[in-house]
Write a protein of this length. Structure first.
Length: 149
């Protein structure tokens, strides 16, 4: 392979990494600059959080929190029901449920600090479900090992 001499013209493919990086920088910086400009322009514009039409005591953000919390809270419920229906502990990871329960207790504390009903309610339920999963796992494992002893 022949190396280019200093007097020879350099092919455009030899400088492609630098040119490609310049394009990448423009592509990356353009949306970033646009986001910064829009965030500064909209700094005084707040998203309104009016009372709900269905439940006037709640704000719309609380209703969104309730709906979102429903999905994340009951995510572990299918595993619990499957474990109880099969009476088998083998398909469940108790560490994950235990870790989730501990951190959901922290979320409850956070919800109390910020006085957010959705955060409190859903994480109390989630911590209870995950605690039941851990308890059921060890109970079924003990029953399974007693059968085969």
């Amino acid at each position: 392979m022949k190396t280019p001499e200093i007097d020879e013209p350099v092919a455009s493919s030899a400088i492609a990494p630098c040119g490609g990086q310049a394009v990448l920088n423009r592509v990356t910086l353009s949306p970033l600059m646009l986001a910064m400009i829009l965030s500064e322009a909209c700094a005084s514009v707040g998203v309104p959080d009016p009372a709900s039409l269905f439940v006037p005591r709640l704000h719309r953000s609380e209703i969104v929190g309730i709906v979102a919390g429903f999905g994340t809270t009951f995510a572990g419920l299918p595993d619990l029901l499957t474990m109880l229906r099969r009476r088998s502990h083998e398909s469940i990871n108790p560490r994950m449920a235990a870790i989730m329960a501990v951190f959901q207790v922290l979320w409850v504390y956070y919800g109390l600090l910020i006085a957010s009903r959705p955060v409190i309610v859903w994480n109390v339920l989630g911590a209870a479900i995950n605690s039941i999963i851990v308890w059921s796992y060890f109970r079924l494992r003990r029953a399974h090992s007693a059968e085969f002893s």
